[in-house]
Design a protein around this ligand. Structure first.
Ligand code: CDT
Length: 306
């Protein structure tokens, strides 16, 4: 059978004043732990190299340039690539990307142990707002700092560990959209790598989203996505208190039955590992979610209508 030892590397908070070197040092230690625990791939969170900077307003976008990567690897990120080679472990990294022609994206890549970038994804569902909102106690400026991703939801069959796996990606808010899961599912995705930074406090809850439902909604979305598309997912958080703003953690690894195989229990750097039998993806795919047999696309027109 095709098996994969999958690690999700939750990261504790990164403060605004902390440099890339602090985060990268912690990530290398997590990769070493992953290696010791037999993992073949390690998944890091969204925007893993810095604090969740979209909470900080810069009037002039150029003032925000220091939050972005312009090359991968760079001097700052080279230790991740070295660790991948040394420990023979692939890794998924979320980071802010600024392209040579000045476009800004919330991006994730999967890097093979050799250092080759095998898959790149740019976040499609950008939550929040583009302008400073004085009534908010904390800003969520993803629509200011990023353009909508222009790569779609690609899936590639890539060497991961001892086997080849159909891998796809989502970033944070994407996980709440069944359309995103289905587009990956239609490409026979077997493993979804998904990083997130989710505040414990929903500024817009209007009294209806009780505090304890925040994690529930995150898990509900990932578990349903895996079940309905017969795939595994690593949902990996940044957690804890970043400059007084709490991110809720609760990273999970989920199987195609929608079950949580492993869950982080701290709000710090924490590695969770699961031994995934990729053969499990075949059940849903060949029975209840055999898309070719049972989907009724003639009834779904509204999904893609503008
Ligand atoms: N990073 C990210 O996408 N976070 C969102 C919170 C949005 S609140 C404006 C999420 O869906 O988890």
């Amino acid at each position: 059978s095709r098996r994969l030892v999958l690690a999700a590397a939750q990261m504790g908070p990164i403060q605004k004043a902390e440099g890339r070197d602090v985060a990268v040092g912690r990530m290398v230690r997590l990769m070493e732990t992953a290696h010791r625990r037999g993992a073949e791939v390690v998944v890091f969170p969204e925007l893993a190299l810095t604090t969740f900077f979209p909470r900080w307003y810069h009037e002039d976008l150029a003032e925000a340039d220091h939050w972005y990567e312009t090359a991968l690897p760079s001097n700052a990120t080279a230790p991740l690539f070295e660790a991948a080679r040394k420990f023979n472990i692939g890794f998924h990294l979320g980071y802010a990307e600024r392209t040579p022609d000045g476009h800004r994206f919330n991006t994730a890549v999967y890097v093979h142990p050799s250092g080759e970038v095998v898959l790149k994804y740019r976040k499609v569902h950008l939550p929040g707002h583009a302008e400073y909102e004085p009534t908010r106690t904390v800003q969520h400026l993803e629509k200011r700092y990023f353009e909508v991703g222009n790569l779609g939801f690609p899936v590639v069959r890539a060497p991961v560990g001892e086997t080849s796996v159909n891998i796809g990606m989502m970033i944070c808010n994407d996980r709440r959209w069944p359309e995103a899961w289905r587009v990956l599912g239609l490409q026979q995705v077997e493993l979804v790598m998904l990083g997130y930074n989710t505040p414990s406090l929903n500024m817009e809850n209007r009294g209806f989203e009780a505090h304890h439902l925040r994690v529930f909604h995150s898990h509900l979305s990932i578990q349903a996505g895996c079940y309905q598309n017969a795939c595994f997912a690593a949902g990996v958080a940044k957690a804890g208190d970043e400059d007084g703003h709490e991110l809720f953690g609760h990273s999970i690894i989920v199987n195609p039955q929608g079950e949580i195989m492993a869950q982080a229990t701290s709000w710090g750097d924490e590695l969770i590992v699961a031994d995934c039998d990729l053969g499990m993806c075949a059940l849903g795919r060949s029975t209840i979610f055999n898309f070719e047999k049972h989907r009724r696309t003639e009834a779904y027109g509204r999904i893609t209508a503008q």
